[in-house]
Design a protein around this ligand. Structure first.
Ligand SMILES: Nc1ncnc2c1ncn2[C@@H]1O[C@H](COP(=O)(O)OP(=O)(O)O)[C@@H](O)[C@H]1O
Ligand SMILES: [Mg+2]
Length: 314
């Protein structure tokens, strides 16, 4: 299952995503963690050192290499330049199974304590800004769109803050998106913006709220009054998180029961979903067609292979 965590900056996206990743690894579930946040902290939060993280190349700076891998022998793609972030797989494309060891792709990940980590990377020159960060993000999208995972194989992505993440169609790469909200007006208005944008597309996305930093019943009621979905988990302020923030190493086994219970709720919630590859592929085509018509790249439409059946790869 491909799970994305989004939310207003500071709401606790990275914290909740990293706890969930540690929870999965601790429960012996296979997990791939992808750091796509512009503030790259996920790797360290799940126990990797800076040196270990920097030893893997960022997906976002290797788009041409990724394109050449996934293009495979697909006759609808003459070269890697034609390969766009929305390009859907077709006959001849390379699709990678979750547990498959690919000679080149394995160099993009590092493993520790049962966690496989990949990163998107931030643009080298910070003055290049938002546009460039999106270009980096396409590394994660291309990776996810060609990854064949099963329901009990988890990919957890810490997505960059901001509405643009959803507006640009990145959410089609995920089975489920969790929006982390705090009991603040700003955080809830960001949640409502995400929902509005998702609804404005033609696709039926699985998007749910997770409440964080809740100290009183009144705070939870404030959230429930201002959004029209009930949070699927409610995290209290956590002393485990506070201690790890001080750089203390604490085994996940020592996390407080209240926080662990909420992580279990996320896990149970995911298990109520089934993978729907037909819908996944249809969503990829929807956004690819949208890009094709927006950019008047009519040849982009020719990249869609009417004979292709994603289910044949499972
Ligand atoms: N449930 C929590 N209990 C205590 N501190 C928290 C909790 N959730 C987040 N924090 C703290 O809030 C800050 C912002 O969290 P972070 O995960 O970095 O936010 P984001 O990734 O959304 O920008 C961090 O200092 C983090 O330790
Ligand atoms: Mg973060």
């Amino acid at each position: 299952m491909k799970i994305g965590f989004v939310g207003k900056g500071g709401s606790g996206k990275t914290t909740i995503a990293s706890l969930f990743i540690k929870y999965l690894a601790y429960s012996n579930q296979p997990v791939i963690a992808i750091d796509s946040d512009i503030n790259q902290h996920l790797g360290e939060s799940v126990g990797f050192t800076r040196d270990e993280i920097e030893s893997i190349p960022p997906l976002g700076t290797q788009i041409e290499l990724l394109s050449s891998i996934y293009k495979g022998t697909n006759p609808r793609l003459q070269n890697t330049i034609q390969f766009k972030r929305t390009t859907p797989p077709g006959t001849g494309s390379t699709l990678i199974k979750y547990s498959e060891e690919h000679a080149v792709l394995k160099s993009f990940e590092i493993q520790k304590n049962g966690i496989r980590l990949l990163r998107v990377g931030i643009p080298q020159d910070e003055t290049l800004g938002e546009q460039c960060y999106h270009a980096n993000m396409s590394g994660a999208e291309i990776y996810l769109n060609h990854l064949i995972d099963k329901e009990n194989e988890y990919v957890v992505v810490d997505l960059t803050a901001g509405i643009d993440t959803l507006a640009s169609g990145m959410f089609v790469s995920y089975d489920i998106i969790y929006i982390v909200v705090e009991p603040t007006a700003k955080s809830l208005s960001v949640f409502n913006d995400y929902i509005r944008i998702a609804k404005s597309t033609n696709i039926e996305a699985m998007i749910y709220p997770i409440a964080n930093k809740i100290t009183t019943q009144e705070e939870l009621e404030y959230i429930e009054k201002n959004i029209d979905q009930k949070p699927i988990a409610v995290f209290p302020l956590s002393s485990y998180i506070r201690k790890t923030e001080r750089g203390e190493y604490i085994s996940f086994g020592e996390i407080e029961k209240e926080t662990r219970t909420e992580l279990e709720k996320i896990h149970t919630h995911i298990q109520t979903h089934t993978k729907n590859w037909e819908k996944f592929y249809k969503n990829l085509l929807y956004f690819h067609n949208k890009k094709a018509s927006k950019e008047k790249h009519l040849q982009l439409q020719d990249q869609i292979d009417p004979e292709f059946n994603m289910l044949a790869f499972l």
